[in-house]
Design a protein around this ligand. Structure first.
Ligand code: 26Y
Length: 797
């Protein structure tokens, strides 16, 4: 890529504004400025993009395809400028013509094609893959509506559609109509022998969908590599227009890619979701196989050039779909197709919650994807036959794909691939020992761990420019390209000048967040208070309620003793609840009403504030994470597969208050016990309760006066306007035996919170721990995580 000068840039920028919008620089809107800059960036990388593609074809490089029903990139402008190494140049050039880059950044809409952790992880991987120079591409859906926009009205969550996509399309994408493929659903299929005796499927009454790809640029960091995220959109196939005669028929087709399902852990199997999954899988695989075919290599060896990753079970139909393409379209026989398919496929599990393990009704499956249904049936039959007599029949019955007229997608992904990984050490252990233990008996060699990571450039250089400048001063700039350089900070933990510099940076970030809160909620936050943050999807197992219980305790303590000497605290929440998740929505209502109660009670002397920030998303995370003093990672041990916000907070100098769950354990190992605050039951203690059935929350409630007082606050009128929600919560905690053990963990949690308050008073001690955390955060880079996938699972590096 040629070196760009400011003059060239300004000239090109103005010319593009003229061409596209017929406006001068001074009249253009922020949106027009943003799109113009985006377009220039795309042009700027075009030659690298094409070169990368040609290189892969010419050198016949093995390529990995990351299939995911969700990607959650957020905004891309800053990341793209940074990765291209032209951030400062462009910012300065724009300033010369009186354009503020920050305003352009604001003008970009968040691309929110994901629910939470799983989608955000996929996007961190999309940033890391080109950065480590790996040929790895994404494959997903171009939803017209991303995850809903959350509004809070009277304390309740309201969901509004997120129409993120402008009518002209996203600036980062390129439509590729000539690469479109057809996807068939519905109808019926039967097998009929050809002249050579081989059975061929004959389809009747199918519906054909036209899948059109949009390729989104994924720019590597300072290395001239540009990869591709391919998102599929549906169109009506002209050739088959007679199949769709009414407007309603046509709408139904368009609906396929119209929105992302807004659930992150449970959902009743819905036909449209199944169609989405198959649509994306089939379109992606057809393209992959046909480009492999151009290499003129034997089809039975496709695994030597292609790896397909199944991100959670949602794309698990990749297994039977590849079998279908190889057999029906390329004439490969079953055994050869199976041998190569299982070498192509690999699968990541992201959850141990049984309600999140995807299952489909076999009848629905057969109706929508009849040929895939046949192939799954055959895979299942062969699996049972292969293991019969070798292991206990109970094991076979519980690991087979079709059980009780349901298709178990995890079983399909495990049986049909060569690798199964969890996303943190503990999580992988739990898969092996518990959730997937019978698969481990059959296929121990498939299991491996890949602890999650984060795209550190976004979560440090972009989100926290203040800290980044300080790091440049202290350890030089190399950390920007090699995050492990952060460990050099180890030498400066106790240097009080360094400590106070980090403190200043944090205070400035807190002020920035406080300004936002003032502007959006009209609440003034004291920045000398501890900023205590819990941001993540709202779910019972994540235990936002435990945090709430502690806030209630502090409130009661302060009301009882207004003179109480307490380190001021600001509790910050951000969380979307799945629209159908009743209990989670009640928790949101209670947080908001508790916030109202506390924030306007002048007798508390600003010692306590609670804010719920609406519409938590990637961009808001970039504002919140650098401003946190305390990172709340308080899930019931054994339930959070990994967590990734824990890593982001750590890198930005927050202390983690955590249970021994998911990647929290690895954070503890990285910083040492003194530099993280651990509380509560570990996974063994939780499992002991499951084994012995001896948990009794009512007994705790009745015997512990503090807990009783806190829990009763949900129903005794303390929190206004929550009669219904309060009773629902009280019942969950007391009458229904507190499924996630909040009461058992509460006392330790409150004690550790008190310890944090005390610790914060000792600025030297606190800051030493802060710096220790930053110094050891490099090991959570997704560059390293993805390198592990690339080498050990996909074989592409
Ligand atoms: C089946 C459907 C309802 C469904 C849709 C989305 C099921 C699950 C999901 C999403 C799960 C998810 O986001 N899991 C999170 O993945 C992160 C990345 O690995 C983990 O860090 C986090 O602990 C886990 O909850």
């Amino acid at each position: 890529m040629e070196q760009l000068t400011k003059e060239q840039f300004i000239k090109a920028f103005k010319a593009q504004l003229h061409t596209d919008y017929l406006v001068d620089n001074s009249e253009a809107t922020a949106e027009e400025h943003f799109r113009t800059l985006g377009k220039l960036i795309k042009q700027y990388v075009m030659s690298d993009w094409l070169r990368q593609r040609d290189e892969i074809i010419k050198e016949q490089k093995k390529t990995a395809y990351y299939f995911s029903i969700e990607f959650l990139p957020g905004k891309m402008l800053q990341t793209n400028l940074l990765n291209l190494g032209i951030y400062d140049l462009v910012a300065e050039a724009l300033a010369e013509i009186n354009v503020d880059l920050n305003i352009l950044v604001e003008a970009e809409r968040d691309m929110a094609l994901g629910n939470g952790g799983l989608g955000r992880l996929a996007s961190c991987f999309m940033d890391s893959l080109p950065t480590i120079g790996a040929p790895g591409f994404g494959n997903g859906i171009r939803y017209k509506y991303g995850l809903f926009k959350q509004r809070i009205v009277n304390g309740y969550q309201i969901e509004l559609p997120d129409a993120w996509l402008p009518s002209e399309g996203s600036v980062w994408e390129t439509k590729k109509p000539h690469s479109a493929v057809d996807v068939k659903i519905y109808g019926s299929v039967y097998l009929t022998p050809q002249e050579d005796g081989v059975l061929k499927p004959v389809y009747e009454n199918v519906k054909t969908l036209h899948a059109v790809p949009y390729d989104v640029i994924q720019i590597g960091f300072n290395n001239g590599v540009v990869n591709n995220l391919r998102l599929w959109d549906v169109e009506l196939p002209e050739k088959y227009e007679l199949d769709y005669q009414t407007l309603a028929d046509r709408r139904r087709v368009e609906d396929i890619t119209s929105f992302l399902y807004p659930d992150d852990s449970s959902r009743d199997g819905q036909a449209m979701r199944l169609i989405q999954e198959y649509f994306m899988v089939s379109a992606g695989l057809q393209t992959i196989v046909s480009s492999y075919a151009k290499m003129q290599l034997p089809m039975e060896k496709i695994h030597e050039k292609v790896a397909v990753h199944i991100n959670d079970t949602h794309p698990a139909m990749a297994v039977p779909e590849l079998m279908r393409i190889l057999m029906d379209d390329y004439g490969v026989d079953w055994d050869d197709a199976w041998a190569t398919t299982t070498q192509v496929m690999s699968y990541t599990n992201h959850t141990v919650l049984s309600e999140a393990l995807e299952k489909w009704d076999a009848g629905l499956f057969k109706e929508i994807v009849p040929r895939i249904h046949q192939i799954v049936g055959e895979i299942d039959r062969k699996f049972v036959k292969e293991w019969a007599g070798k292991v206990d029949t109970g094991i076979i019955e519980r690991t087979r794909i079709v059980q009780n007229n349901q298709i178990h997608m995890a079983n399909l992904a495990i049986i049909g691939g060569h690798s199964v990984n969890g996303v943190a050490k503990l999580h992988t252990e739990l898969l092996i020992e518990d959730v997937l233990k019978e698969f481990y008996i059959l296929f121990p060699e498939k299991f491996n761990n890949k602890t999650n990571g984060i795209a550190q450039r976004r979560w440090s250089q972009i989100a926290n420019p203040g800290m980044s400048a300080l790091l440049d001063d202290l350890i030089g700039k190399d950390w920007r390209s090699n995050i492990h350089e952060l460990s050099k900070l180890e030498e400066q933990l106790t240097n009080s000048d360094v400590q106070s510099s980090f403190y200043q940076v944090k205070q400035a970030n807190k002020q920035k967040l406080a300004d936002y809160v003032k502007k959006t909620l009209d609440i003034a936050l004291p920045v000398d208070a501890i900023f205590d943050v819990q941001v993540k999807r709202l779910h019972a197992y994540k235990r936002q309620l435990l945090n709430v219980m502690h806030i209630i305790k502090l409130y009661q303590d302060l009301k009882a003793n207004p003179e109480l000497d307490m380190t001021p605290r600001v509790f910050i929440f951000g969380a979307k609840a799945a629209p159908g998740y009743h209990f989670a929505k009640s928790v949101i209502k209670v947080i908001n009403e508790l916030a109202n109660l506390i924030n306007y009670d002048t007798s508390l002397n600003d010692k306590l504030k609670v804010v719920f920030l609406e519409n938590y998303n990637v961009s808001l995370a970039e504002l919140i994470v650098p401003a946190a003093d305390v990172s709340e990672q308080i899930s019931t041990a054994g339930k959070e597969a990994s967590g990734t916000s824990n890593m982001k907070f750590m890198m930005n100098g927050a202390l983690t208050l955590a249970t021994l769950d998911g990647a929290n354990i690895e954070i503890k190992d990285a910083v040492g016990e003194d530099n993280i605050v651990i509380f509560g039951m570990d996974k063994d203690a939780v499992y002991a309760h499951y084994d012995k059935h001896d948990y009794n929350s009512r007994a705790i409630y009745e015997s512990d006066q503090t807990i009783k007082r806190v829990v009763d606050a949900f129903i005794d009128g303390t929190i206004p306007n929550t009669h219904y929600e309060g009773h629902e919560i009280w019942d969950a905690l007391v009458s229904y035996n507190d499924e996630y053990f909040l009461l058992e963990d509460f006392t330790d949690y409150a004690e550790k919170q008190a310890y944090i308050s005390e610790l914060y008073q000792d600025k030297h001690k606190w800051q030493a721990k802060v710096i220790k955390n930053i110094a050891n955060s490099g090991r959570f880079s997704s560059d390293d995580t993805v390198e592990g996938y690339a080498k050990e699972i996909w074989g592409i590096l």
